[in-house]
Design a protein around this ligand. Structure first.
Ligand code: KIV
Length: 320
């Protein structure tokens, strides 16, 4: 089997030069990362949005380096080909470049990610310069920077007035000059998304920045319709995930209550005779499950000797 080559920051810059649009999606766990990777998503962002959509905080501020390391490593294990970028959480770089270096090194070492992302324009440029000089690829993030939500006065569009637009452009240029390999533009007018993209050589990845950026990023829980607290204007539900999952949970509960789950196919038997006996018990009760027909912990508890119920509890056990 040939090893899959992981996408690097130079591959992403080459995509920008070829005019290929770049797709980025957040991921926080092994299984989702694996599916996104199989779908060909080239960049997986382990965003600190995990604080809101996975951990249930009201903002991204409580997220810690430990959280990012735990989830970052899971995503790297799940994705073979995608470039994985891990957010530096609030408090891990605001204290200056030395703090940032220590935390970025830890994130890179303990997750196996290909790069880190941090928020802020000119104010973060010096830190980015040091990280890049140390060989750590950095993605920038400007516009609505959620870690500064208190200073920005809420989740609002940035770059509304001319002075703010001048500052946004200066921020983008400062990040490119500092060596950021790509820049996220969040919640800025589409015209600004286009203008910044035109003026930079590095790729811009937009979220609520219109259609003219080099790429787009979405939070996976928004895309799948799993996050129900609110729907950001920039998000599109590509799946009604919450509805579908609720339906599956409801059906599971119903089948446990009626005794339709588990059947012999989902149970561990010692031999065929035992399987037949359970099926006969099921049929003799008019199709009803023996599980439902009594208060026994297991249908075989008093009818069939030799059954080892602990088999049914060993995680991932498969029938031989
Ligand atoms: O944390 C995150 O998910 C992000 C994206 C919104 C860009 O930073």
């Amino acid at each position: 089997m040939t090893a899959v080559r992981r996408i690097t920051v130079t591959d992403l810059q080459a995509m920008r030069e070829r005019g290929e649009r770049i797709t980025m999606l957040t991921a926080y766990d092994y299984s989702t990362a694996k599916i996104a990777d199989e779908a060909g998503i080239p960049i997986l962002l382990v965003g600190d949005s995990l604080g809101m959509v996975v951990l249930g905080y009201e903002s991204t501020l409580p997220v810690t380096v430990d959280d990012m390391v735990r989830h970052g490593a899971a995503v790297v294990r799940g994705a073979q080909r995608a470039h994985v970028v891990v957010d530096m959480p609030f408090g891990s770089y605001q204290g200056g470049w030395r703090d940032a270096m220590r935390n970025a090194v830890r994130i890179m070492q303990e997750t196996g990610a290909g790069s880190v992302k941090l928020e802020g324009g000119e104010r973060s440029a010096e830190t980015i310069r040091h990280l890049v000089a140390a060989g750590i690829p950095v993605m920038g993030h400007i516009g609505l920077t959620p870690q500064s939500v208190n200073a920005l006065g809420g989740w609002r569009m940035q770059g509304k007035i001319p002075r703010d637009r001048v500052r946004l452009m200066a921020d983008a240029k400062a990040l490119e000059e500092a060596g950021a390999y790509a820049i996220v533009l969040e919640t800025v007018p589409a015209e600004m998304g286009a203008k910044i993209t035109q003026q930079l050589r590095v790729p811009t990845i937009g979220i609520g920045a219109g259609p003219y950026t080099s790429g787009q990023v979405q939070v996976v829980h928004d895309l799948l319709g799993l996050f129900q607290d609110f729907k950001p204007k920039h998000a599109r539900h590509f799946l009604n995930g919450a509805e579908l999952i609720r339906g599956a949970f409801d059906e599971y509960r119903r089948q446990v209550e009626t005794g339709d789950f588990p059947s012999s196919a989902e149970s561990f038997m010692l031999d065929d005779k035992m399987r037949e006996r359970i099926e006969r018990m099921r049929i003799s009760r008019g199709g009803d499950s023996p599980l439902r027909a009594s208060t026994r912990r297991h249908p075989t508890d008093d009818h069939a000797e030799g059954y080892a119920p602990e088999h049914a509890h060993s995680q991932g056990a498969t029938e031989e």
